[in-house]
Design a protein around this ligand. Structure first.
Ligand SMILES: *Cc1c(COP(=O)(O)O)cnc(C)c1O
Length: 376
């Protein structure tokens, strides 16, 4: 039987009765837009992570976009973000006419490099062409970014700080969960994320009541108290009631699943750490384990061996943002972010989800060890 890279089907089986019941309730009341499940989910998510406000939205990308819109970010503004990320992180700045400024990542955590961030902010101020306005830090692979240090920089520089927690929701720093470690957090419920729905979805977390109200308005075409009174430019960014129902069901097993992901990561670590570079485990940082990524030298060879032996793999990400055709004019070319450039040639992600049994996990490790041995 083929090993799935992510197994959404097994998860559905676990909660089928509960999910079917919740979906049937929505089909019965027919409040498909902003039905009661949406508010129920927002309350549950806010209390899960300890944020004051949760605004559910149509995707992780819209979550990022709406935060930047609420902060009035636009032409002439610089948005600092790691170059080693998914395209959505950079895309949202450009959609608003702002300019992404790419920052290299740390060679151990793969998250934004705080020293390079400081350098890029200083260089942008010195050049005088763009106004430094915001930092988007990404919790890559589910590892929280270093918000103690990034938060201090944002405060000192007067910058908006947004956590792109599309992969990080469920993670924590000490006993503070992702959603409550940055002034703004955006997450995604894309099916393959740690907390996924049955389609597209996302959420924003913040502690500022006025900003939360503003973002609810932006999410709904910028309307005021009356639905036909348009007080600002907004978009159609709402989460479907059906998706809220699915998420309420998935939330009942989310903590169990996080523990299962953590257990798999530890099994991988213990079997693989003498053979490949395994993920860093910084003190006090708790992963959501969206993705488990190793680093290998001859990646193509290792990958082919694994594919041939029934182990699916993925490469997140083969190309940093400053090398992407759509964004390269905003970057500073080859050599400007050397760590990300090297990582993009070495990273290899293994199957990671709560439904991999011990025997399969050991089989995957056996094959990785064989594959790496073959390349020597
Ligand atoms: C998945 C992802 C997004 C986008 O989320 P969508 O829900 O697919 O729009 C943004 N940033 C990162 C880092 C992601 O992994």
């Amino acid at each position: 039987m083929a090993i799935p890279f992510v197994d959404v089907k097994a998860q559905f089986t676990r909660i089928k009765a509960d999910m079917d019941r919740r979906i049937a309730t929505v089909m019965d009341h027919c409040k498909f837009i902003l039905g009661p499940e949406v508010a129920e989910l927002e309350t549950a998510l806010a209390s899960f992570c300890g944020a004051q406000h949760c605004i559910s939205v149509s995707s992780g990308t819209d979550a990022l976009l709406i935060v930047l819109m609420a902060e009035g970010i636009g032409p002439g503004d610089a948005v600092f973000l790691p170059t080693f990320t998914y395209t959505a992180t950079a895309e949202v700045a450009l959609l608003l006419g702002a300019s992404p400024v790419f920052v290299d990542v740390d060679p151990d955590t793969y998250n934004i490099d705080v020293k390079h961030l400081k350098k890029q902010i200083a260089a942008t101020r010195a050049a005088g062409r763009l106004r430094p306005k915001a930092i988007i830090a990404v919790d890559l692979f589910g590892l929280p970014a270093d918000f103690a240090r990034i938060g201090a920089i944002a405060e000192a520089e007067g910058l908006v700080l947004l956590d792109d927690a599309a992969q990080g929701f469920g993670g924590a720093i000490g006993n503070r969960r992702i959603g409550a470690v940055a002034p703004y957090t955006a997450t995604s419920f894309f099916p393959a994320k740690p907390l996924g729905c049955a389609g597209d979805g996302g959420a924003i977390f913040c502690n500022d009541a006025d900003k939360a109200a503003l973002m609810r308005s932006i999410r709904f075409h910028g309307v005021g108290n009356d639905p036909y009174d348009v007080v600002r430019v907004g978009l159609n960014g709402r989460l479907d009631t059906l998706q809220a129902a699915v998420l309420l069901s998935k939330l009942t097993i989310f903590e169990t699943e996080l523990a299962e992901r953590e257990a798999l990561s530890q099994l991988y670590d213990s079997r693989l750490r003498d053979h490949v570079a395994t993920p860093a485990r910084p003190k006090d940082m708790h992963y959501a384990w969206a993705i488990y990524t190793i680093r290998v030298k001859n990646r193509d060879g290792v990958r082919k061996y694994l594919t041939d032996h029934g182990v699916p793999t993925a490469v997140y990400y083969p190309k940093p943002m400053h090398f992407q055709a759509a964004y390269q004019s905003y970057g500073e070319g080859a050599g400007s972010c050397p760590v990300a450039e090297r990582l993009s040639g070495e990273v290899l992600s293994l199957p990671m989800h709560p439904y991999i049994d011990q025997a399969t996990a050991h089989f995957i490790c056996d094959k990785v060890i064989e594959a790496v041995g073959q390349q020597d």
